[in-house]
Design a protein around this ligand. Structure first.
Ligand code: MSK
Length: 635
């Protein structure tokens, strides 16, 4: 299947146009990189000091040690720890900005409101804060104080966001392994220290440090970011919209938001609504905002903004010739966007001080000037619309209806229609009786080494056919949305009989008049915390450790360091975590064995690598069935 670049028909339709228009794509550059470095692919190249680079001969005939004496096990384990720490750093930085935004909003220093008081109170209660008699702003400032204290705590106090939210059984496991993280900056700094020249050479110690970074990511990154964003912008509720390049409209100003952080994109959505008249005066029918990657997921979940496409096709969106402005914030932004945009009239707008692209327009975003910045960018898009070349426009007519917005609160809300007193009971009862065999979370990216979306879609079709409920985030959610797995028709077409019956019953009870989709869209990369919350709630309801649940995770097409850190967190949660792309660890048998097997006895979870989607589905089904058997549930 790798010979094909994508299974997305919209992408396939536009690839020849990209070539004709002189727009180089990620697939062209991947081809030019062949053959990719075998040492790098195996993880046995070390560049941590300037005596190197050193490479270990994987066949055993050449050097077995680097110049300092580090062997393949040490080098592979150090490289992995740095990658996972890189992913955690990105999420913690994201979360930190969200905390700052909540503080400024609560102090009335910026024009953002606190939207979800219920969530604010729930989080405050989790930290033992008194909520009665306090205004929203007062309580928010107290929560902010806890967050800042957590981000900067001294001594050996563990991360409070973890202690308040993680399952107690898991905390005991992590404590016994000595991997409870302290403040995240200290842990990330320590990982850099631990892996520099002349430091840790013990692969077991390094792999445990990697697990600790997974926890930094899970609680000081993902969970903290989602909590802050829900308080500020609201906890998602079900929304219906569409996904794929066909959502772009030729006669509208098309403005795409891309990246990860919703602080600016929320304002863009607001001001695009307000400035419609200006677009009409410019000759358009209006302004259409749509999204790529996880900024797209954020505004989809809360505002019902349509999804254009996922990571691998970000350049292809521009090839439509109909994108007037693409605004980027942080993470997953290809530097090539400006080269592709130069073939069309599209303006790329960077907004963050740490993400500037040569050839892009930089409009600095600050929380204090958010409204002005958003207006300026929307007006830029309207101006850009006037520069279009109609001969270059081609919008593929492919899009699918999707239902998204499945926060844990929204799922509980739908289940409450069946059992208001014990909302989790209908879900758990159906897992127990086997109508739902188990739950799999598919997360993460596209990777150019894999046919775009193929692994996501084929894996998930097989899982839902076997009555596995799938929840999804990130670019996996995009892929499944584009493939028609996030609407009621998807339930009719793809779900096994048991799963279909449950989704129909809940959909009817919740007043949707149609089944719930077989794949529930739970949000962006940081919203993997929602999946963690759901797993934690189910385990608490059943009073079992998460590692015993018939629940697994998968990153079918991972590319980013963040996907590695999210996957590591899933393993620390006790879940079998499938990777559909081989990470750079095969150069060390010891590290590979630890990750895929050796850790299981102590941590409960493990990585499972399988590049064939149907075999991967079978592997996950076997894992789920084995866990059901242990719990005494029917298979
Ligand atoms: S955007 S990290 S390619 S999921 Fe979150 Fe997609 Fe992966 Fe970026």
């Amino acid at each position: 299947m790798k010979s094909q670049k994508s299974i997305d028909p919209a992408v396939l339709e536009l690839l020849p146009k990209a070539a004709l228009d002189g727009a180089e794509t990620v697939w062209d550059r991947h081809e030019a990189q062949q053959p990719q470095c075998g040492f790098g692919s195996l993880g046995v190249c070390c560049r941590h000091c300037v005596q190197g680079p050193c490479r270990i001969d994987p066949f055993g005939t050449g050097p077995k040690k680097g110049i300092c004496g580090a062997n393949a096990d040490t080098i592979v384990a150090r490289n992995l720890l740095r990658q996972v720490a890189g992913g955690a750093a990105a999420h913690v930085d994201h979360a930190y900005e969200a905390v700052e935004a909540l503080e400024l909003a609560a102090n009335g220093e910026i024009n953002y409101t606190i939207t979800d008081e219920t969530k604010l109170q729930q989080i405050a209660r989790g930290f033992g804060l008194e909520i009665s008699g306090k205004s929203k702003a007062e309580l928010a400032l107290e929560v902010v104080e806890v967050a800042y204290a957590d981000l900067a705590n001294h001594g050996n106090k563990p991360v409070q966001w973890l202690m308040a939210n993680a399952p107690k059984e898991r905390i005991a496991v992590w404590k016994s392994l000595g991997i409870l993280p302290r403040n995240p900056d200290r842990e990330i700094r320590e990982a850099m220290h631990q892996t520099t020249m002349g430091m840790d050479a013990d692969p077991v110690n390094l792999v445990l440090a990697t697990a600790k970074q997974g926890l930094v990511d899970g609680y000081s990154g993902l969970k903290l970011a989602t909590d802050m964003q829900d308080i500020l912008f609201g906890t998602p509720t079900p929304v219906v919209t569409e996904a794929n390049l066909g959502v772009l409209k030729e006669d509208y100003v098309n403005l795409i938001v891309h990246g990860h952080v919703p602080l600016l994109s929320e304002k863009i959505v607001y001001w695009a609504g307000k400035l419609q008249e200006e677009a009409i005066l410019a000759g358009a029918k209006g302004i259409l905002v749509s999204g790529i990657c996880c900024t797209g997921n954020e505004v989809l979940m809360r505002k019902g903004i349509p999804l254009v496409t996922n990571f691998l096709a970000q350049e292809i969106a521009i090839v439509t010739g109909a994108v007037d402005t693409m605004i980027v914030d942080v993470q997953c932004i290809m530097p090539s966007l400006t080269q592709v945009a130069s073939c069309y009239h599209t303006e790329i707008v960077t907004t963050m001080p740490i993400v500037k692209l040569p050839g892009a327009t930089h409009v600095p975003f600050t929380l204090e000037s958010a409204d002005e910045t958003a207006q300026e960018i929307v007006r830029k898009a309207i101006t850009s619309y006037g520069r279009r070349d109609s001969k270059k426009i081609k919008i593929p007519n492919y899009k699918r209806k999707i239902m998204a917005g499945f926060s844990v609160e929204a799922i509980i809300g739908a289940l409450s229609a069946v059992d208001p007193d014990q909302p989790l009971k209908p879900l758990v009862d159906n897992i127990v009786n086997g109508n739902i065999l188990g739950v799999v979370a598919t997360v993460g990216c596209n990777n150019v080494k894999v046919t775009q979306d193929f692994m996501h879609v084929e894996l998930v079709k097989e899982l839902v056919k076997n009555n596995v409920l799938v929840v999804a985030t990130g670019c996996s959610a995009h892929a499944l949305a584009k493939a028609g797995l996030m609407n009621s028709e998807g339930t009719e077409t793809y779900a096994g009989e048991g799963l279909k019956a449950v989704l129909c019953a809940i959909g009817q009870a919740a007043g949707l008049g149609a089944p719930l989709p077989p794949v529930l869209h739970m949000g962006s990369c940081v919203d993997n915390s929602r999946i963690g919350d759901l797993v934690t709630a189910i385990a608490a309801y059943l009073n079992v450790d998460t590692s015993l649940l018939p629940v697994a995770a998968s990153a079918p097409e991972l590319q980013h360091e963040k996907a590695l850190s999210i996957g590591t967190w899933a393993v620390t949660m006790g879940l079998t975590t499938h990777l559909g792309v081989v990470p750079p660890v095969l150069g060390s048998k010891a590290v590979t064995e630890l990750l895929t097997n050796g850790l299981t006895d102590v941590i409960g979870g493990k990585f499972y690598v399988e590049t064939d989607p149907l075999k991967a589905a079978q592997g996950l089904l076997e894992d789920i069935r084995a866990k059901r058997k242990k719990l005494g549930l029917p298979n």
